[in-house]
Design a protein around this ligand. Structure first.
Ligand SMILES: *Cc1c(COP(=O)(O)O)cnc(C)c1O
Length: 386
């Protein structure tokens, strides 16, 4: 085997970073209390609003994605508020763990992993008691590849005067999301997924309802005080030293996304995802997610195979990183991301690597079937467009 020098990321975070973005990050660090930096903050804040599809402020925080999940709970919690974490995978579990860690009142809506939510089950949770409900959910549950129907959940929330908080850390810039049109109260995201940056920045946007609920909370918080962050952001400033070079790189990444157009970016992800699903089906494999996200495709591996071994083999032999399963799905699924700075040929090499992996571990199928299918689907999609 030829040992790989060249490495590529087909993981649902971190994702590949374009060279232009890396180069912007390498520019000399500038001081953050300057007009020069404030004008960069102003520009990225405007661009983020387009990505979030909102007129609300989008706050930029120096942390990984989990930091802003925690910020949402820490700032909202108060007497008379009950959180409803929707748990259908690892990241839904994280919502429940955060509410528990803060000693907040919560009532988990447990879902089967890989399956979408039944709105009636959510309705039942919303009906209980007279506390103000806050739904904590996920646009793309990265551990299973499910895309939840956030839009319908949000309109149900409105019937009960409940708030809805969405973890769009992996989904933003891949799966369609319209914060204002759908009536979402808090949307959080991170830098290392669809936004094509290294890990290290996080984003959070609040609706007017979220803002006023936060104003009535006196729960302990300091670094993640969103009122303080919001006041600074109105002056194109941040309360603490921001990750300056990351924000300079963010400007480049957002320009790339907006040059393509957010709707086109969603479409590209949807197309790559659809082709990937067809390709794996032609290998005789099943997609795990009932309502698959455009962010990644989760694939059930034949029971005779261990997906962990396959992931290791593919990384060692070909330098291609795909993800395995987490928790109860460990060994059972692989997850191939088509997220962020990814094109047709990245996905083609991913499918080829999966074929080699399946072949290596003795799975019987027609070598090249996935690649052929992907190429056929691509040509079909060109015809549809013409
Ligand atoms: C990656 C991811 C996170 C975690 O973000 P960190 O940056 O590792 O803190 C949270 N939620 C979802 C859905 C993710 O995909």
């Amino acid at each position: 085997m030829i040992r790989p020098y060249k490495k590529s990321l087909l993981t649902p975070g971190p994702t590949p970073v374009p060279e232009e973005v890396l180069l912007s990050q390498a520019e000399s660090t500038i001081h953050h209390r300057t007009d020069e930096f404030r004008s960069i903050l102003k520009e990225v804040s405007e661009d983020l609003k387009t990505i979030f599809q909102t007129k609300n402020q989008v706050l930029i925080v120096s942390s990984s994605g989990t930091g802003v999940m925690e910020a949402a709970v820490a700032n909202l919690m108060q007497d008379g508020v009950r959180f409803i974490p929707v748990v259908g995978g690892k990241f839904g579990e994280r919502w429940a763990e955060i509410t528990k860690a803060y000693g907040a009142e919560y009532d988990v809506l447990d879902l089967e992993w890989g399956v979408t939510l039944n709105l009636d089950d959510l309705r039942e949770k919303l009906k209980v008691g007279d506390s103000r409900k806050v739904i904590l959910t996920t646009l793309c549950e990265t551990s299973t590849g499910v895309n939840y129907d956030i839009r319908s959940m949000a309109s149900l929330a409105k019937e009960f005067n409940a708030l809805i908080v969405v973890d769009a850390i992996s989904g933003l810039g891949a799966d369609e999301l319209r914060m204002d049109d759908w009536g979402l109260d808090i949307v959080v995201s991170g830098s290392q997924k669809g936004l094509m940056l290294p890990p290290g920045l996080a984003f959070i946007s609040l609706s007017k309802d979220a803002q006023s609920l936060i104003e009535s909370s006196s729960s302990p918080k300091y670094y993640f005080d969103l009122i303080k962050a919001g006041k600074s952001a109105s002056k194109f400033d941040t309360p603490w030293t921001p990750a300056v070079n990351m924000i300079v790189a963010l400007r480049t990444a957002l320009k790339m996304i907006l040059d393509e157009g957010i709707e086109n970016v969603w479409k590209r992800h949807a197309n790559l995802a659809a082709m990937t699903r067809e390709a794996v089906a032609s290998l005789g494999l099943k997609v795990f997610a009932q309502r698959p996200s455009s962010t990644l495709t989760s694939v059930l591996i034949p029971e005779s195979l261990d997906s962990e071994e396959m992931v290791k083999f593919i990384r060692a032999e070909f330098g291609i990183s795909i993800a395995g399963g987490q928790a109860e799905l460990k060994g059972k699924i692989i997850r191939v991301a088509h997220l962020g700075y990814i094109n047709l040929f990245d996905v083609l090499s991913g499918i080829a690597a999966i074929e080699f992996g399946l072949h290596h571990f003795g799975y019987k199928f027609k070598l090249g079937a996935g690649i052929l299918k992907l190429e056929e689907e691509f040509l079909k999609s060109c015809k549809d467009e013409a």
